[in-house]
Design a protein around this ligand. Structure first.
Ligand SMILES: Nc1ncnc2c1ncn2[C@@H]1O[C@H](COP(=O)(O)OP(=O)(O)OP(=O)(O)O)[C@@H](O)[C@H]1O
Ligand SMILES: [Mg+2]
Length: 484
């Protein structure tokens, strides 16, 4: 083990005997750097300025255990392994402290060198394992998607499908937006993403984060809509214990939790003027002042904000601060609604088909061309989310080893089937609405019958009529099989 990989152990104690044991356990071992502090206050200063991997906290130090350093560190330094040591007379307090601080273990005095060595080794192993687990979990998530994105697979049959992290697209419009987003991810500027609901704003924000130099640090998401100001402030800036009614424990806040990373603020248009001011201060100075506290902390966070309401208009009518708007809009990205990028529909539908067939463990061969035609004619008020839901539902009811056909379409989409079957340039006859509707009905019935070679059973089924109902319509409109 060389000095670069050596782990730093910080001990907080005034107990001479414990100091001696810790020195014996750690000082000569090159796997560790050892630092001793006489109080939590001193330790906090050290923590602010140096990397620390492990804390050994002596509960006999005579500080208020509820305000104990290990508890604070659970929030401020969650990845530092914590061990609590106490004399038997402090057993109950030490037990509570270990629980509240999510310590690895608490051990009672007198401790012996070999016991300390083993405890430190195991605690550090565990924190290393959880660090790796976090990385692997993320990699696993990506590799599941990578499998879906595999160039050789059926997904790419329609050609020209691209991806940006988990965003799938084939349209030139999205290619433009993604090119801008990739450029944005290489900068430290704030990003403002605009787009209707379900267009993929959050997915885009994640893609930018994971393509940026901050990708190894956390990205936290906060929806700013439908939240009162105090709660939103507390979520982002943190709060002291008791500062928020009904919440006993103190909270670090997402801005500090995401230090070094990214915070995604969704529905940014919904925040109050006072919150806008606090956010601006944070963007300018990196200042974080927890609710109920006078102390100021600093955090280095990149902001990506999203809105489905045009912020320029809110700036123009005075409900959104202009200076904040400019600050957020370092890079402006506009994701077009799905109906304006029809080339994406098939690519996305195939992607979701594969995704959900995998989820339910069903082999579905694909969509019939009729279904694809219907899917690409629909307007998608709910954008990609709506398409995703449609495909998920269709996959759920599709037969094993079969195709998704018109029968599987939901009623909203099924409506589009009929107009598609109408002959091009259909001239509807008659003057009154009733006459026009009847003429249209006659044409639909006739076209369906012709398509199905006058198989009345099938035609009735397709039109949602009974056999008798269909026969009545044939009679009423004097329809007859050609050449019959
Ligand atoms: N280009 C895309 N490729 C793959 N999946 C997408 C794409 N765009 C959106 N989605 C999927 O659609 C759903 C909605 O996306 P997302 O939550 O990012 O949209 P949003 O714009 O943030 O919506 P809202 O405004 O409602 O918050 C998600 O399940 C997402 O995975
Ligand atoms: Mg969203």
């Amino acid at each position: 083990m060389n000095v670069e990989t050596a782990k730093t152990v910080l001990a907080v104690t005034q107990d001479k005997e414990l100091k001696l044991i810790l020195e014996q356990a750690l000082k000569k071992d090159r796997a560790y750097r050892y630092h001793l502090c006489g109080s939590s206050k001193e330790a906090l200063v050290r923590l602010e300025s140096h990397e620390v991997n492990m804390l050994i906290f002596d509960a006999d130090i005579g500080e208020d255990p509820k305000a104990g350093l290990p508890i604070k560190m659970r929030l401020s330094h969650p990845h530092v392994a914590r061990v609590v040591v106490a004399s038997p007379r402090k057993l109950a307090e030490a037990d509570a402290l270990a629980k509240d601080s999510a310590a690895y273990i608490f051990i009672t005095k007198p401790v012996v060198v070999s016991q300390v060595r083993l405890t430190i080794k195991r605690a550090l192993e565990l924190s290393e394992l959880s660090r790796r687990h976090r990385i692997v979990t993320r990699e696993l998530k990506l590799s599941v998607d990578d499998e879906l994105f595999d160039e050789d697979r059926r997904l790419s049959v329609s050609g020209g499908i691209s991806k940006f992290e988990r965003l799938v697209y084939a349209s030139p419009k999205m290619a433009d937006v993604v090119a801008k987003a990739k450029a944005a991810s290489k900068t430290e500027l704030s990003v403002l993403i605009t787009g209707e609901t379900g267009t993929g704003k959050e997915l885009m924000a994640k893609a930018i984060h994971f393509n940026s130099s901050r990708s190894e640090s956390p990205m936290h998401v906060q929806n700013c809509g439908g939240m009162d100001e105090t709660t939103l402030r507390a979520e982002l800036f943190g709060h002291l214990a008791g500062a928020i009614p009904g919440i006993a424990a103190e909270r670090l806040g997402l801005f500090r939790a995401a230090d070094g990373g990214t915070v995604f603020l969704d529905e940014i248009s919904e925040v109050s003027p006072a919150f806008q001011a606090a956010l601006l201060r944070f963007l300018q100075e990196g200042e974080v002042k927890p609710v109920g506290s006078d102390s100021v902390h600093y955090s280095d966070v990149r902001i990506i904000a999203a809105t489905n309401r045009p912020l320029e208009e809110l700036v123009a009518n005075g409900s959104f601060r202009k200076d904040l708007y400019y600050r957020l809009n370092g890079f402006g990205l506009e994701i077009p609604p799905l109906r304006e990028r029809p080339e994406d529909v098939e690519a996305l539908a195939e992607f979701f088909l594969e995704k959900y067939a995998g989820v339910v463990g069903r082999r579905v061969l694909g969509f019939t061309s009729e279904v694809l035609a219907v899917l690409s004619r629909y307007q998608y008020p709910g954008n990609v989310r709506e398409l995703e839901n449609e495909v998920q539902k269709m996959v759920a009811i599709a037969e094993q080893g079969g195709y998704i056909s018109e029968r599987h379409l939901s009623p909203d989409l099924a409506k589009l089937r009929f107009s598609e079957r109408l002959p091009q340039g259909l001239d509807v006859m008659g003057g009154s609405l009733k006459e026009m509707v009847e003429s249209l009905e006659a044409k639909i019935v006739e076209t369906t019958l012709r398509k199905l070679n006058w198989n009345q059973t099938q035609a009735a089924q397709e039109l949602g009529l009974s056999r008798v109902g269909l026969a009545n319509k044939i009679k009423r409109y004097s329809l007859a099989e050609q050449g019959a």
